[in-house]
Design a binder for this molecule. Structure first.
Ligand SMILES: Nc1ncnc2c1ncn2[C@@H]1O[C@H](COP(=O)(O)OP(=O)(O)OP(=O)(O)O)[C@@H](O)[C@H]1O
Length: 315
C-alpha cells in the first residue's frame, strides 16, 4: 500500500525538511533546549535519541508551534515556524506521545474527522481514509469504536491519523513507548514502510534498538543539545569502536579494570556487575595482560555509544 501524495506547496526555504538553528527554549530559569542546531534532509528518517529530560519532546513541540522558542530560528518544509506554523502543520503529520483519539468514535470516524480538519478535498477523502486504514492494518476494524480497540491498534490508529492527509513529513514522538515487543515490531514495520516511500520522518525515542533499526541517522541529544550525529554504524565506529570486552568481578576488580582502561585512553561503561572496555580492538598486548583474559568479547553497539556519551543507563 502506498500513499498517494496530494500536490503540496512547499515553502520557499532550503531543501531540508526541518532546520533548527541556535534554538533555545527556557521555561522560567530552566533551559530545556540549549542552542540546538539540527537539519533533517528530505527523505531521511532521523532518530532523535536521548535520555529522559534531554529536550526531545520540547524540540518536537517547537516544530509544531505548541511551544515557542526563546531564541533561534526554525523552518519546517520551508515555512518559518512559528510565524507560518499553520501552513507547516497542514503539510506535516504529527503523532503525539499521548493517545488523544476520540474514544466515542470508530476508527474510521476518527480518520474522517482529521481528513476534514486537514482539508483533504471531499472527493478524495474516502480513499485517503481507506489508504490510512490499510497502512495501519485496521481495515477490518474500521467500524470498531476506539474504546474497544487494543492498545496496539490504538497506537496504529494514532499513526494512521497523522498520515491521512498524505504528509511529506511525519513527526513521531516516542512512537512505541510502553508497548509490548510484538506491537512494537508491528509499528516498526509501519514506520519502515513510510521511510521506504520517501516520507521524511523525525522520530524521538529512548529505545536504542528502535533508533538502530529504523533511523538512517541518529542525533544523540543530551541536556538540550545534539552531542553526536551520524549513521548508527558511524557513531558506533567513532565512539565505541569495533569490539567490547566485558569484565565481571567484585567491585575492587571492576574499579581496577576501569582505572587501567581509562589510563590507556579507552572508554568504559559500567553495567551492574560488569565493566565494559570499548574500542577493545586497540588494546595493546601489555594492557591486555594487565586486564586479564577473563573478559567476554562482543561487538560494539549503539547502546555503548549512548551510555558513554550521555553517562546514562538504557532502560
Ligand atoms: N512546560 C514546561 N515547564 C517547565 N519545564 C518543562 C516543561 N516542559 C519540559 N520541561 C522540562 O524540560 C526538560 C526537557 O523535557 P522534554 O520533555 O523535552 O525531554 P525529553 O527528552 O522529551 O524527555 P522524555 O523522554 O522524558 O519525554 C525536562 O527537564 C522537563 O522537565
Amino acid at each position: 500500500m502506498t500513499l498517494q501524495r496530494a500536490p503540496e506547496a512547499v515553502g520557499a526555504g532550503s531543501a531540508a525538511a526541518i532546520s533548527l538553528r541556535g534554538v533555545v527554549k527556557r521555561f522560567g530559569g530552566f533551559t530545556a533546549v540549549d542552542g540546538l542546531d539540527l537539519e533533517v534532509p528530505s527523505g531521511m528518517c532521523l532518530g532523535l535519541l536521548g535520555p529522559n529530560g534531554a529536550g526531545k519532546s520540547t524540540t518536537m513541540k517547537m516544530l509544531t508551534a505548541q511551544a515557542v522558542p526563546t531564541e533561534g530560528t526554525i523552518e519546517v518544509l520551508g515555512f518559518p515556524v512559528p510565524r507560518e506554523s499553520k501552513r507547516a502543520r497542514a503539510a506535516m503529520g504529527v503523532v503525539p506521545q499521548q493517545d488523544n483519539l476520540d474514544e466515542e468514535l470508530t476508527a474510521r470516524e476518527n480518520l474522517e474527522v482529521f481528513a476534514h480538519l486537514y482539508r483533504v478535498p471531499r472527493k478524495e477523502r474516502r480513499k485517503a481514509v481507506d489508504d490510512a486504514l490499510a497502512i495501519a492494518h485496521l481495515t477490518e476494524r474500521q467500524g470498531t469504536k476506539v474504546d474497544d480497540l487494543s492498545g496496539g491498534m490504538r497506537r496504529r490508529l494514532l499513526i494512521a491519523r497523522g498520515l491521512v492527509h498524505r504528509p511529506r513529513l511525519v513527526l513521531l514522538d516516542e512512537p512505541t513507548v510502553g508497548l509490548d515487543p510484538q506491537v512494537r515490531a508491528e509499528l516498526w514495520g509501519l514506520i519502515d514502510g513510510l521511510r521506504a516511500q520517501g516520507t521524511t520522518v523525525l522520530m524521538s525515542t529512548h529505545y536504542i534498538e528502535e533508533a538502530e533499526r529504523l533511523a538512517d541517522e541518529c542525533a544523540l541529544m543530551s541536556r538540550g543539545r545534539v552531542i553526536a550525529r551520524g549513521t548508527p554504524a558511524r557513531l558506533v565506529g567513532e565512539y565505541a569502536g569495533e569490539r567490547v570486552v566485558e569484565h565481571y568481578g567484585p567491585p575492587d576488580r571492576l574499579a581496577e579494570v576501569e582505572r587501567l582502561a581509562r589510563g590507556a585512553g579507552l572508554p568504559t561503561r559500567r553495567t551492574g556487575p560488569s565493566v565494559s572496555v570499548l574500542k577493545a580492538e586497540t588494546i595493546a598486548p601489555s594492557l591486555a595482560d594487565e586486564l586479564g583474559s577473563d573478559g567476554v568479547r562482543r561487538a560494539a553497539n549503539l547502546e555503548d555509544v549512548f551510555v558513554v556519551l550521555t553517562g546514562e543507563k538504557v532502560e
